[in-house]
Design a protein around this ligand. Sequence first.
Ligand code: ZN
Length: 567
Amino acid sequence: MAVSYKPQLNYTDFKDLTEQIHFHSAEGKIWLGEQRMLLMNLTSLAAFRREIVNGMGIERAKGFFLRLGYLSGLKDAELARKLRPHCSELDIFLAGPQLHSLKGMVKVVPLEIDLDQETGDFYGRLEWIDSWEVEICKTELGQMKEPACWVLLGYACAYTSSFMGREIIYREISCRGCGDETCMIEGKPAEEWPDAEEFSRYFKADPMIEELYDLQEQLNSLRSTLQRQQGQYYGIGQSASYNKVCKMIDKAAQGKVSVLLLGETGVGKEVIAKSVHLRSERSDGPFIAVNCAAIPPDLIEAELFGVEKGAYTGANQSREGRFERADGGTIFLDEVIELTPRAQATLLRVLQESELERVGDNRTRKVNVRVIAATNESLEQAVEDGKFRADLFYRLNVFPVHIPPLRDRQEDLPLLASHFLEKFHAQYNKRTLGLSDKALELCMQYRWPGNIRELENVIERGVILTDNNETISQDALFVSPPQISPDSVEHIDDDGNMRSGKPGGCGGSWSDQVIEQGISLDQVEETLMKQAMEQANQNVSKAARLLGLTRPALAYRLKKSGILSEN
Ligand SMILES: [Zn+2]
């Protein structure tokens, strides 16, 4: 039978519900029928809601709180059926809005309710007054863009759906939480809402963890793309000599040909090796870098090619070597000149046959590894001296690439310096204002015997010694001012013109000048010793090392010339 709500019904009398509340303070419990309840203060719930909104975003938070209300509505529908078994459908139904009021959630004013449990017809229009969710919008969250009474709405949907035995959906058609005059809800069967399916999605838990896994996967793939892109830049530089190297690498990267990187220590051979790898077809495979000079000679074979258990004392278990680990990828052998004769023989076999045996093993293993070797000494010389196998040298030297020292690509220095500044700013969580003009000038004039690695160390020191928002001075970069080569110093000549090269202009060596200007050998010795002592902070041992003398020999000379008094 269809019943319609009549406003004259004594709606506010719900003593039967109130009587269901029991405070068992001694036990620390509050009961509503058989449901354990909590008395919580609104402000902490408001803070919690703000945290959820900020942490999960508004859409997820909305679903979260709708579901919170939903569970509570289901429980109360059960309670209502139990408490009012002999009442009219409408009176049983009204227990829901009444419970909502009783719990202090909101004052509900039913304006229109038509329901028929038999046919399943339902229509409801109710006003919410003093919703707790509107109140926290005012105090904690600020005005919302959409209706904000999420928990209340979830409750109404669940309560009525359970009561009617079919899915009833309510929508807040106006809400004070988003600036409307009143909070007004309308409810009808799901099929009568055009967007019911979309709305129902809020009631399905949507675990964030799935999304996190997805994001993680995307991040990983982005990271490897980025790494590959970085490999495209072959390190940093725009000078002609460096560009030439890059062009060589472009050609080398294709195919499996061995590459030999030549150049002074610290020029960035590993960066280049990695670029070759990342630009090759094996870029998805491993890149293994080995510094042959850092491994003791008697361990190098085992380290590179692996070892079988019991091969020698201390080989307690079988272990794969770096070549096996680099299978399908690239191995970078820095300071390859340090390889022992036996290791050289095995390397030659790997290059020729693509196979190796672990130390102490007779099983032959196939490996597919591209070799990039590097050295800062002359391999030809080592071959001549009988220290390096000629046949191995020819195998490695198929594609030699000479990497220029930093002093030959001076125009790249500012780029490199700002790259390292960025790196160390991030590492030390600092922000300096960069190099002072004087410091940069000094860098441009210095010969950088340690090349890029030395520059990196110098910049790191500068960043450490300089405070935030201050400029890195020359003193922060260099312990003592670097010895600028006379060839690179500019000076004003006798006619007042700026000239490169050393003063004097005779074009000869410094010894020519000494003789030309009539400086005595004693004077030269004295000047050198004074300079060395100054650089060594008057530490005789240190000064002796600078001059290639023993401490007693220097001390004797210092005393003889009167620089150091007898004591
Ligand atoms: Zn509202």
